[in-house]
Design a protein around this ligand. Structure first.
Ligand SMILES: Cc1ncc(COP(=O)(O)O)c(C=O)c1O
Length: 379
């Protein structure tokens, strides 16, 4: 037997992530601390002064998320936010100044065009590039920040984080990766060199479709100080109850992602084998254009599968025929959801494009339901 201690496995780390040292008669995960202010006689020194700045329930959650995004990573700061968009905005608006240039994906989360408008209104120059094929390389010169979303929502394209980080850093640009779809168990952007890993915790991270949350992890002290300052200014803070529920959910993250991501592959294979060409996208499918990079930089491929039905009417009939999959937006929850993404008008997708989020149901039941709905909707 080797004398070197084996690093703890992911499941073990997840159930213990962010827990305080055991204290007799205290629970393993202390309950949410509801406080707008804390006792503070004399000079106002931290850690806990005012509820918009810090809260012990956030501190434990931030430690936990940091342990998952950067295991053993010293010097990584994590900040939690009221939502994914609060986290996204905190990085973009705290790092960019009038005259700076930022590169955004043109196929990312549908709120990014709104962010673009706001950045441009503040005098920030915005360039865009598609996620697949590392097309960002062509528009990096002079940029201050490169924003990557991989896999992209909803198209599920993947780009090479390490390659783009090297190119961006060589030009003096920072890199932020939206890690929502992958979760920290699917991919760890900071280990691939990114300066920020940002995510919506509303999705698979918390996984029950009942809370909104976001976070930013980063290594650079000055950059993260600016992000913290932005959170204080804007006040986009999570409630203690949400933060506590999120922390509680992290213990089951490995169980949920293993189950959901494995079933997503089974569903993707069933859709691929369907007699119509559904243009199925799933980075875990060997035939997928994203697969080669996905297997290099991801450890799991996510719970979202996308595909395209021939028309809007067919897609609507399909969604209506599903019994085990709710017609709802968002993704990552233990209950499967699907939607016709074109109904929002914000994504460049065909009218029949479906984004399917695979939950924790039994794979056979889910596949049977999806295939039955495909059959019924074809008539
Ligand atoms: C990739 C991605 N980033 C950010 C967000 C925003 O997260 P939230 O809805 O928690 O604000 C979403 C939401 O769907 C998303 O899919």
């Amino acid at each position: 037997m080797s004398g070197a201690a084996r690093p703890l496995g992911e499941g073990t780390r997840a159930v213990r992530a962010g827990l305080p040292d055991p204290v007799k008669h205290e629970p393993a995960l202390p309950g949410p601390v509801f406080a707008a202010h804390f006792h503070l006689p004399g000079d106002p020194t931290g850690p806990y002064t005012y509820g918009r700045d810090e809260n012990p329930t956030w501190t434990r959650l931030e430690r936990a998320v940091g342990e998952l995004e950067a295991p053993g990573g010293d010097g990584v700061h994590t900040l939690v936010f009221a939502s994914g968009m609060a986290a996204v905005s905190s990085v973009l608006f705290s790092q960019l100044r009038a005259g700076d240039t930022v590169v955004l994906p043109d196929d990312g989360y549908q709120a990014l065009p709104l962010v673009r408008e706001q950045l441009e209104a503040y005098g920030v120059r915005v360039r865009t590039a598609p996620t697949g094929g590392d097309a960002q390389l062509d528009v990096l010169d002079g940029a201050r920040l490169l924003w990557i979303e991989t896999p992209s929502n909803p198209g599920l394209d993947v780009c090479d984080i390490r390659r783009l980080v090297e190119a961006a850093h060589a030009r003096g640009a920072l890199v932020a990766v939206d890690n929502t779809l992958a979760t920290p168990l699917g991919q760890r952007p900071l280990e691939l060199g990114a300066d920020f890993s940002v995510a919506s915790g509303t999705k698979q991270l918390t996984g029950h479709g009942d809370i909104l949350l976001g976070y930013v992890c980063g290594r650079d002290d000055a950059a993260m100080t600016a992000v913290r300052r932005w959170r204080k200014l804007v006040g986009a803070i999570p409630g203690p109850m949400e933060a506590w529920l999120a922390h509680r959910s992290l213990a089951t993250l490995p169980l949920r992602v293993d189950r959901q991501d494995a079933t997503a592959l089974v569903v993707a294979e069933a859709l691929r084998d369907w007699p119509e060409d559904l243009k199925v996208r799933y980075p875990g499918l060997p035939s997928d254009p994203s697969h080669a990079i996905a297997v290099r930089q991801m450890r799991r491929h996510g719970c979202v599968v996308s595909f395209t039905l021939p028309s809007r009417a067919r897609a609507e009939r399909f969604l209506h025929a599903l019994r085990l999959v709710d017609d709802a937006t968002s993704f990552g929850g233990v209950r499967s959801t699907a939607e016709r993404r074109g109904r929002w008008g914000g994504d460049a997708v065909p009218e029949g494009f479906i984004r399917l989020s695979v939950g924790a149901e039994d794979p056979e039941d889910l596949v049977a339901d999806v295939l039955r709905a495909l059959r019924e909707s074809a008539q």
